[in-house]
Write a new protein. Structure first.
Length: 248
């Protein structure tokens, strides 16, 4: 598991993407690049059919075609991951993305390192070197990931916003902890994610994470001696937040 620390200093874990998922994403990307190539070649042929046919113009058009075809192949993964926060089209469809090893957004240096080693790990060895490295590493990292301090993780399924922030609250409900007005929507998202992550962990690890979250919220809001268990307290915080902000 890859550990990710939230703004509340609560460590969540994400599962590294499997070899099969990364291979599927690779073939999807290859498919999209192939479609792009077919379109470019068709347009090039059409333009040359209707345009001038002098030797100079033909040679110029060949250079243009070379640039238009080769550069996207070379830069596709680097540019798409930098622009799309760790995604390529294939990764987006499969539900995996590149992040730093600590779970935060990868930086340009990390993307560059993994892109440069892609030539050796994937292009020159048909992916064999990357495959072996991922299997041996244990964290889903190929050599470029290790040196670039990145990894590829599985994205968790998006939960409907109504199930994260906007819990229904009865009109007559009186908030127990009015201090929750100091919290933000992002704080509530984190609390809800911790509560909903029970199935992702063994009970002991989940319970420790729950208690750490409870303590952080108690300290931040100055709440003591409420007599509630960790999950009861956090559920009450969410309910009070919705009642105070009129989001029930």
């Amino acid at each position: 598991m890859v550990g990710i620390e939230t703004s509340q200093h609560v460590k969540l874990s994400y599962e590294p993407a499997g070899v099969g998922e990364r291979i599927l994403a690779f073939f999807l990307d290859a498919f999209f690049i192939g479609i792009y190539y077919l379109v470019v070649i068709w347009i090039w042929g059409y333009v040359n059919d209707i345009g001038p046919s002098s030797t100079g113009s033909f040679e110029d058009s060949v250079w243009v075609l070379y640039i238009v075809l080769v550069l996207p192949l070379m830069l596709y993964h680097l540019v798409s991951e930098v622009v799309s926060n760790g995604y390529s089209l294939g990764k987006k469809i499969v539900g995996i993305r590149v992040v730093k090893i600590d779970g935060t957004r990868a930086n340009l240096g990390g993307y560059l390192v993994r892109w440069m080693f892609r030539l050796v790990e994937i292009s020159m060895t048909s992916g064999v070197l990357a495959f072996v490295a991922i299997l041996l590493n244990g964290k889903g990292q190929r050599i470029g990931d290790i040196l670039g301090k990145t990894c590829v993780i599985k994205e968790r399924k998006k939960v409907n916003l109504d199930n994260t922030l906007y819990s229904k609250v009865a009109d007559a409900y009186e908030p127990r902890f009015k201090q929750v007005a100091e919290l933000t929507d992002n704080d509530i998202r984190i609390i809800r994610e911790v509560l909903d992550s029970r199935s992702h962990y063994d009970y002991d690890n989940w319970f420790l994470m729950l208690q750490k979250t409870r303590k952080k919220i108690e300290d931040r809001l100055g709440i003591e001696d409420h007599g509630l268990s960790g999950d009861e307290f956090l559920q009450t915080v969410i309910k009070d937040y919705n009642a105070i902000h009129g989001k029930g």
